[in-house]
Design a protein around this ligand. Structure first.
Ligand code: FES
Ligand code: FE
Length: 428
């Protein structure tokens, strides 16, 4: 039987029990749950739309989606960044149908209204003939979407009442600095995109807490000798910073320092001593910024040296049971060219669309999601176990902010993520 919306909200509150480590299967594909997510998360939260280095020059733009809504992110003629609703104000045609480019103006394919890259309406075909003097063009500009920038990451929100980006990110900024503020970073090429028959939530869930799967899901990589065998993925910290954001920090790095050495003075200048200390010793860092961003620094031995690579991806929902992954690879702008090449190679080999880690992970997301679609799962309320680490206590002596657990084999962060998710989708 169909549940009404308020019945569903009550059912969610009754059946999703993050603090007890109980997460029901139906949430991974139920169309009505997805509707709530779109409305209460993706129409409200700050979402990543672009890195500043993607639009360095006046006129540069990229088109992106926020909760299914297309927006144009421009470096306007006025020198400012604009996030513009990609909808013509005349009668609603999608204005720009390119992924990226450089343009002073956007001309609507329907009747030819012409907008500057700042959003202003500047031209109407036969304006005098069809409107006389009646059209006030200054009121017909493209709708500007609220945006803010942190560490060159451009975020936007469709909710004018949302808290500031600063408040939304909170303590996760301390860790974002390691990825994007240690030196100037730049995106390499266009984001890679691919589709997965799995829900976006499993991407975030895996990102925020799951180092445990590495042993098994990625076991073949250890057998190939590309990563150590055994429980290497356990060592480090699992950290939750609030608002659904958290990370797994793998350290120490037995392979040694994994960043371009010519920039060491700059890292020390831009980061605090404690932050630099972590950078110096990290093997990897996997950050989830809620709802759907994954930031990854990982390192490996390539051509006889330790090479780190830095990337950002979004798990973009495309339906209750599917997502599109978009992945940006970033490099240190001032690293030697040879090093940049190695860093990109390391990323492509491991976490690119055909990367050896990537293939393993998306297989898990797909099968869990597809299973959850069977009506039997809702009928019987099949529930999954997220209790790992409940016997552990956080440590107090870690240098960074957040609730911190020693070692990464823990589902504490998933419990916190689903609590935040549940509070959001069941909010009045
Ligand atoms: Fe764009 Fe008419 S809908 S010009
Ligand atoms: Fe994985």
């Amino acid at each position: 039987e169909e549940m009404t919306r308020s019945e569903l909200i009550q059912y969610l509150k009754d059946t999703v029990k993050p603090e007890e480590g109980l997460i029901p299967s139906y949430i991974f594909s139920h169309p009505k749950v997805y509707e709530l997510e779109m409305e209460k998360i993706f129409l409200k939260d700050w979402l990543f739309v672009a890195h500043k280095s993607e639009i360095p020059n006046k006129g540069d733009f990229v088109t992106r989606e926020m909760g299914g809504q297309s927006v144009i992110v421009t470096h306007g003629a006025d020198g400012e960044i604009h996030v513009l609703l990609n909808v013509c104000t005349h009668r609603g045609m999608k204005l720009c149908r390119m992924d990226n480019g450089n343009q002073k103006n956007f001309t609507c394919p329907y009747h030819g209204f012409n907008f500057r890259n700042t959003g202003d309406l500047v031209g109407i075909p036969f304006e005098k003939v069809v409107y006389g003097d009646t059209m006030d063009k200054s009121k017909m500009g493209l709708k500007e979407i609220r945006h803010e920038v942190y560490a060159d990451l451009i975020f936007a929100t469709l909710d004018d009442d949302a808290v500031s980006l600063n408040e939304f990110l909170g303590d996760i900024k301390w860790y974002l600095d390691l990825a994007f503020n240690r030196t100037e970073m730049e995106v390499v090429g266009l984001p890679q995109k691919w589709n997965v028959d799995g829900t976006w939530k499993l991407g975030s869930d895996n990102t925020i807490s799951d180092s445990y799967h590495t042993l098994v899901s990625h076991g073949s990589i250890a057998k190939l000798g590309l990563v150590p065998t055994g429980d290497y993925s356990k060592y480090g910290y699992q950290i939750y910073t609030g608002n659904g954001h958290g990370l797994n920090l793998g350290m120490p790095n037995p392979g040694g320092f994994a960043f371009p050495e010519n920039l060491i003075d700059e890292y020390k200048e831009r980061l605090s001593d404690d932050q630099y200390d972590i950078l110096e010793n990290m093997k990897n860092m996997i950050v989830c910024v809620s709802p759907n961003i994954m930031i990854l620094i990982s390192s490996m031995d390539l051509k006889g040296q330790q090479v780190s690579h830095t990337s950002l991806r979004i798990w973009k929902p495309t339906g209750p049971d599917s997502m599109e992954i978009s992945s940006w690879v970033l490099v240190e702008k001032d690293a030697p060219e040879e090093w940049k090449k190695l860093s990109v190679q390391a990323n492509t080999l491991t976490f690119g669309a055909s990367g050896i880690f990537e293939q393993d992970d998306t297989e898990n997301f797909t099968d869990i999601t597809q299973n959850s679609k069977n009506p039997y799962h809702l009928q019987e309320n099949i529930v999954y176990n997220y209790t790992m680490g409940m016997q552990q206590k956080p440590v107090e002596d870690f240098v960074g902010p957040g609730i911190v657990y020693k070692d990464k084999f823990n589902e504490a962060n998933s419990r916190a993520f689903f609590r935040n998710w549940l509070d959001q989708i069941t909010a009045e």
